[in-house]
Design a protein around this ligand. Structure first.
Ligand code: X8Z
Ligand code: ZN
Length: 591
């Protein structure tokens, strides 16, 4: 009897190990080809985003070809069938193999070769959209201006007419992008539908192991949770900005061109904190210094220096006005070959916004570097989830703004007296204000666009309906359907149906920060200094070096001891509530 059991076990094991061997052989061959094509595609896309010349058809043709080759392979019928076949015998595979095969199928759904013509058409439309977006000539009056110049005006200018001009100039690009977006709405939906997803939004959300309803519920809950504080900030902003612009009648809703950001996603530069003048200090430094300083922060916690190729191959600063080419002016980080070629595409200028963004992007870079190790197969070289990838760098961006850190690095005068409540207010105008925008406007719009097939003649109406509802922001004047203000936002065009990543990343960020402050640093979470702390470095490395080899919920639980929740974020800003109520006493609330 005992012998029989042993024999059965042995046979079972042999059966498993055969399937495992076959699956592994498939995954190895898949990975080898993937690495080859991925690299070529990255290089072509890199060129497309860093060297945009009107009339240059070679660059887009090369990008088209590389993306098609990548799509033909990752979406091939053979890969789909094999991955499905192995997954049908899931119980015989190792968990790591199952995760890889699921990623193989997920990647296939983006380019299914069951409908090759549609995939090609979509690639073409996406390439064209990138060129239109980043080759766009922004103009104020007759004069061409860089996107950074518009941002500068919206931050500093007090003349409302000039602000209006700059804001309107920033939205013109949407008009040019509307036909492309309409095409992409259809093509993105159709491509993923071929592998059984209901629409492109559901496809992107499924990467979290969640349904559309679950994701929407989560985002809506988040919006509700921050609403009371947002309402205070909204009231505060209406009155303060009216004062600043000399407007007597305080408007019920915030006119979009009053805000210091093209989309009203971050209002922090509205207030300054006495004793902390980061913009003033950074003006004296160079853009290069900012990037160096970002690297120093990571190194101080035990991370390796950035590889030499990072410095050689990245595109870190704005293209000079007379360069003869334009580049993607939105920051991004690239893992070119899923190995050691990591790069940033930025347009760093010496100001506080870029100081934060540099930390954000380097977070992506150190995430790439951490999971490029033998325990993480290339197919799983991603964040635990996409929000995690966004959270790490933003976490260090937050840490790099706190007073003890700034003092330690002599970025504020030693012994500077500062108003802590004002500092907290400034942070809330960044992190809290971001939630109705990200979890509300952006997520709801893309949900409507893809899951609900929003008709093209309702894009702008829907966009502003959501901006009013969630952000309490209205356009300066009626904006008809000839405009497409949603498309002025980079991600609508080239990072579709994923913006809730950023909303969730903020929640996770505060959970991580809270844990680090309380458990590792034993410091007040509103006044920390991570600099030079190897234990914090270890904590982050441990999280990042897993890549996507484990379920993100498990990772979150193991690192912070908690499920995903906004408590840490709300607690962080709790002291502000009373303060704002005091400041808003007697003011009319309109949200
Ligand atoms: O797009 C970004 C990063 C690149 S991953 C700069 N962010 C969002 C945005 O700018 O809209 C960072 C925060 C939100
Ligand atoms: Zn990012």
């Amino acid at each position: 009897m005992k012998k029989l059991v042993l024999l059965c076990l042995a046979l079972l094991w042999a059966g498993c190990s055969n399937v495992q061997n076959d699956a592994q052989a498939f995954l190895d061959a898949y990975t080898a080809k993937l690495l080859e094509l991925y690299k070529v595609r990255s290089e072509a896309e890199w060129k497309l985003n860093t060297y945009i010349v009107e009339g240059d058809t070679l660059t887009s043709a090369a990008a088209q070809q590389a993306k098609e080759a990548y799509g033909e392979f990752t979406g091939s019928k053979e890969n789909i069938e094999k991955a499905r076949g192995f997954l049908a015998q899931k119980e015989k595979l190792t968990p790591l193999q199952v995760r890889q095969l699921e990623k193989v199928l997920y990647a296939a759904a983006d380019n299914p070769q069951t409908i090759p013509d549609l995939v090609k058409e979509r690639i073409k439309a996406e390439t064209a959209q990138t060129e239109t977006l980043f080759g766009f000539d922004f103009k104020i009056g007759e004069k061409s201006v860089a996107a950074g110049d518009i941002d500068g005006i919206l931050k500093d200018e007090t003349n409302l007419q000039k602000r209006l001009q700059a804001w309107e100039a920033s939205k013109e690009v949407g008009r040019a992008l509307k036909p492309g977006l309409t095409k992409l709405q259809e093509l993105r939906n159709k491509t993923v539908q071929a592998l059984g997803y209901s629409d492109y939004f559901a496809y992107q959300v499924s990467d979290y192991g969640m349904s559309t309803e679950e994701m929407m519920d989560l985002n809506r809950r988040l919006v509700d949770e921050v609403r009371p504080l947002y309402r205070e900030l909204h009231t505060f902003a209406r009155y303060e900005l009216a004062k600043k612009y000399g407007v007597k009648d305080v408007p019920e809703m915030l006119p979009a061109h009053w805000l210091p950001n093209r989309w009203g996603q971050d209002w922090n530069s509205m207030v300054s904190v006495k004793g902390i003048d980061l913009d003033g200090v950074l003006k004296e430094k160079s853009a290069e210094w900012l990037v160096q300083q970002g690297e120093n922060f990571y190194k101080s916690m035990g991370f390796q220096p950035l590889p030499q190729t990072f410095w050689e191959k990245s595109s870190l600063y704005p293209a000079p006005p007379d360069a003869g080419y334009k580049k993607n002016n939105h920051a991004s980080a690239w893992h070119m070959d899923l190995q050691n070629d990591v790069r940033c595409l930025m347009s760093v200028a010496a100001n506080a916004d870029w100081y934060e963004t540099v930390h954000h992007e380097l977070g992506h870079i150190y995430y790439f570097i951490s999971y490029t190790n033998p325990d993480v197969p290339p197919v799983l070289r991603e964040g635990a989830n996409r929000a995690y990838h966004e959270a790490v760098g933003s976490l260090l961006g937050l840490a790099a703004m706190q007073k003890p850190f700034l003092a330690h690095l002599n970025l504020i005068p030693a012994g500077a007296q500062t108003d802590e409540m004002q500092a907290l207010l400034k942070e809330a105008l960044n992190y809290i204000v971001f939630i109705p925008w990200s979890a509300g406007v952006m997520t709801e719009f893309e949900y409507e666009l893809y899951a609900k097939n929003l008709p093209a003649d309702q894009y702008n109406q829907k966009w502003w309906e959501l901006a009013r509802k969630y952000q309490g922001i209205v356009p300066p004047a009626e904006r008809g359907e000839e405009y497409c203000d949603a498309a002025s936002k980079t991600h609508i065009n080239d990072d579709a149906a994923q913006y809730y990543d950023y909303a969730l990343s903020m929640v996770q960020l505060f959970q991580l920060h809270n844990y680090i402050a309380a458990q590792i640093l034993k410091q007040d979470s509103r006044a920390t200094n991570y600099y030079g702390n190897a234990e914090v470095g270890e904590f982050l490395k441990k999280l990042m070096e897993k890549g996507a080899t484990e379920d993100w919920r498990k990772v979150l639980k193991e690192t912070t001891g908690e499920e995903l929740n906004a408590k840490a974020m709300l607690n962080y800003f709790a002291p502000l509530m009373e303060h704002l109520k005091e400041m808003n006493r007697g003011r009319k609330y309109t949200l």
